[in-house]
Design a protein around this ligand. Structure first.
Ligand code: ADP
Length: 464
């Protein structure tokens, strides 16, 4: 069942329930009121008649003549008047009774005989009639009763009309309320329908540049659509980044592949005719390109894992020992450079040793690559409060201010011509940054063009 239908039904049901309770109360109050009013009416008529009867008595105890007031003056449609003697003989009755009689009631007559007015219900011509009996007293004796009856029919007519009116008004209100609820719910939910449509269209076409139009309202749906649009914007950016990454990666892979292929083709066609040294040069070049490609693929794999949210395997490690290990390996590569550890503190932290080694290697590798022969590469590790600060500095070519903000971007390479070799992939610092962030640290660079650069990595130490 749709939310719209559910809302409309709930709204109508709640209103319906309220109307039923209200109508019931009104009906009961009206019923009570009609009964009370009718009772008061017939009682007062009976008392009035009883008080205006004139009785002539011959002796103190014998009634000679009873003079009734004109009874018909008391009748009105549905009101019957009748006077009876204590033995039940009808003395007079209103015209509207015709040939009928208001039946007596023994118990009521007994009460009236004792001098009290009393109500009872009788049936006249198949109709329920409420009767009031008032004693007729002459010379201190009850000589008869005045009965005033009132048909229930009139009250029933009023109640019937009330019932009909309530039912009619109730039905119309419910229909109206249902229709209004349906329309209001439809209007309120329209943005959701449009969101669903847009989301579906985006899912089908991957058109992340599309946006929802309803962003002005300040209600919940407005908020939802704004959030949805923000999500689309970040999806669009992520998608564009991914596309760029794939394009860059393919481009980067194509260059060494083309070189390898060209060299192999040359060897294939003319290998036999070429002098040994040239043949060797071709093979060395192809191998070099293949190595570069292998590095590139390894870097891409690291980043792909990072993007897939791969978690590192953290355990307690000694960063100083890792640094020494990398130093030992890297010294062999740093041909023509002076490489030194300037300062080394003990630093234990929670980390992934392979990744941290990779991180140091990336920084040292860059320092070597971008420092001309004769330069210096310095390493240091010190503690600063609860952080370990690892610095890799060089006296190399430096980074220009305009390149500085981009060095951690994937595939960014500044001024390749000035590097010692073209072996870089442009992914090193992006991977380094990911590793550092996974360890809860950060990295900063200071550099001056032509003078050298210092990369400082801050990592949280293990708390004891
Ligand atoms: P690459 O594989 O090209 O070294 P990186 O992501 O490691 O890729 O570095 C990105 C760019 O940052 C490099 O191409 C280089 O221009 C610059 N860079 C990194 N380290 C240094 C450094 N120590 N000295 C000068 N430039 C550097």
């Amino acid at each position: 069942m749709s939310i719209r239908l559910r809302l409309a039904l709930w709204y109508t049901a709640v209103l319906g329930g309220t109307l039923v309770i209200f109508s019931l109360l009104l009906y009961l109050l009206m019923l009570r009121h009609l009964i009370d009013e009718g009772d008061a009416n017939i009682a007062s008529r009976a008392q009035h008649i009883a008080s205006t009867v004139r009785v002539e008595t011959a002796a103190p105890s014998t009634v000679q003549r009873v003079e009734l007031p004109p009874i018909d003056a008391f009748e009105s449609p549905g009101i019957y008047v009748q006077v009876v003697q204590t033995n039940g003989t009808v003395v007079a009755h209103s015209d509207n009774l015709g040939g009928q009689e208001l039946p007596g009631d023994e118990r009521a007559f007994a009460v009236a005989h004792a001098g009290h007015g009393v109500f009872y219900t009788a049936i006249v011509a198949g109709e329920q009639v409420r009767v009031y009996v008032e004693p007729l007293v002459a010379s201190g004796r009850v000589i008869g009763f005045v009965q005033v009856g009132r048909s229930h029919a009139e009250a029933y007519v009023v109640l019937d009309r009330l019932r009909l009116g309530l039912a009619g008004v109730g039905m119309v209100s419910l229909l109206l309320a249902g229709a209004i609820a349906w329309a209001v719910a439809g209007g309120a939910l329209r943005p959701i329908a449009s969101m669903t449509q847009t989301a579906r269209a985006i899912a089908l076409s991957r058109g992340f540049s599309r946006r929802l139009g309803v962003t002005t309202s300040r209600d919940e749906l407005g908020q939802l659509s704004r959030t949805f649009n923000e999500m689309l914007a970040s999806l669009e950016e992520a998608y564009a980044t991914q596309q760029r990454f794939i394009a860059d990666a393919s481009h980067e892979l194509r260059t060494p592949l083309t070189a390898v292929r060209a060299n192999l083709e040359l060897l294939d066609r003319q290998g036999a005719d070429l002098p040994g040294s040239e043949r060797q040069a071709l093979i060395t070049a192809a191998t070099g390109e293949a190595d570069r490609m292998a590095r590139l693929v390894a870097d891409l794999l690291s980043l792909a894992r990072a993007d897939a949210g791969q978690k590192l395997r953290m355990r307690p490690i000694e960063l100083d020992r890792l640094l020494l290990e990398v130093y030992g390996d890297a010294r062999l590569l740093a041909k023509g450079l002076t490489m030194a550890i300037r300062e080394i503190d003990e630093a234990s932290l929670l980390g992934d040793p392979d990744r941290l080694k990779q991180l140091i290697l990336i920084l040292v590798d860059n320092a070597i690559r971008y420092t001309p022969a004769g330069g210096e590469v310095g390493l240091s590790l010190r503690k600063d409060g609860a952080t370990a600060v690892l610095e890799v500095s060089d006296t190399g070519i430096g980074i220009s201010a305009q390149d500085m903000p981009h060095v951690f971007e994937r595939f960014f390479r500044a001024d390749r011509a000035r590097a010692r070799d073209a072996a870089g992939t442009g992914l090193g610092l992006a991977i380094a940054k990911w590793i550092i962030e996974e360890h809860g640290g950060d990295i900063t660079v200071e550099s001056e063009l032509g003078k050298g650069s210092t990369f400082a990595v801050r990592l949280p130490l293990m708390s004891h």
